[in-house]
Design a protein around this ligand. Structure first.
Ligand code: SF4
Ligand code: SF4
Ligand code: FES
Length: 274
């Protein structure tokens, strides 16, 4: 057991301030455990959102010592034993009460994204997809919607451009659909005109805070920005597409990202081959 000093933000949408708590912390505790102890021993009305306590529901996002983190996955032994630990709500979203924020803006962004639009099946009735393509989009499916990437993105957090930029979490949701060769929707115009892909300046702060280790910037946002550039700003590709047509295509892992490529059939697309 060790006595630890916590500063926890208390208040609501009209304002608030930090309050100090001294808590006996035992081995193996995470920050969420300490907050529950504060609830039990000092402040029964302290509001916290949490569900799984296993890093999987994305509910317990908060800012711990100024950095977005999951309370349930932040071990007390990761801090200096004498340091004060500061806990506050996510800054990018309106406060409901204490550590609970209103993240409903994110759900509204999710609704703006058109759902998966399946391609027509092949002649034998199947839908084929390369394993490399499966692996690429699978990374984005690991998202637990903790919204810590949205919280840390300076476009939303500091510049307040919620009306112009959909944010990193939803850039990778679009990426997961756009990179899916079985999705028949063309998502590039929306990326540019509605979702604000050009706002991101690739600082990679979102990637640094993702608890699922998703390479948001390099694997999701940059390929989407490249597709927008190819579509709207590359004169050679624009001319070639006008002459020869365009097909949604991805390239196997380990090769350089190719976005909108000209129609070249894969082996299984050539009649008589598998
Ligand atoms: S890389 Fe882009 S989306 Fe991610 S935090 Fe930076 S500006 Fe925001
Ligand atoms: S991409 Fe990562 S940081 Fe962003 S919401 Fe999903 S899990 Fe959280
Ligand atoms: S309580 Fe579910 S992620 Fe922390």
């Amino acid at each position: 057991m060790a006595n630890r000093h916590f500063r926890v933000w208390r208040g609501d949408h009209s304002g608030g301030d930090f309050k100090d708590y001294n808590v006996e912390v035992s081995e193996g505790m995470v920050v969420l455990d300490v907050l529950h102890k504060i609830q039990a021993e000092h402040a029964g009305d302290l509001a916290i959102r949490w569900n799984c306590k296993a890093g999987k529901c994305g509910s317990c996002s908060m800012e711990i010592n100024g950095r977005p983190r999951l309370g349930c996955m932040t071990r007390m032994n990761s801090f200096d034993p004498t340091a004060t630990i500061t806990v506050q709500p996510m800054k990018a979203f309106p406060v409901v009460r204490d550590l609970v924020t209103d993240v409903s803006w994110n759900y509204a962004q999710n609704k703006r994204i058109a759902p998966f639009k399946p391609k027509a099946p092949e002649a034998d009735g199947s839908h084929r997809m390369y394993q490399d393509d499966v692996d690429r989009v699978q990374e984005f499916r690991k998202c637990i919607e903790c919204f810590m990437c949205q919280d840390t993105c300076h476009i939303l957090r500091d510049r307040g451009k919620q009306s112009e930029f959909i944010g990193p979490r939803f850039m990778i949701r679009v990426a997961g659909l756009e990179m899916n060769p079985l999705d028949d929707d063309d998502r590039v115009p929306e990326l540019r005109h509605e979702f604000g892909s050009g706002m991101c300046n690739i600082t990679r702060c979102c990637t640094e805070v993702c608890p699922e280790g998703i390479n948001i910037t390099d694997n999701g946002i940059i390929p989407m920005k490249e597709r927008v550039v190819d579509r709207y700003f590359d004169p050679v590709l624009i001319a070639a597409r006008a002459l020869l047509g365009r097909k949604k295509r991805t390239k196997p892992k380990g090769t350089h990202e190719v976005q909108e490529v000209l129609e070249v059939p894969r082996p299984h697309e050539v009649p008589g081959t598998q």
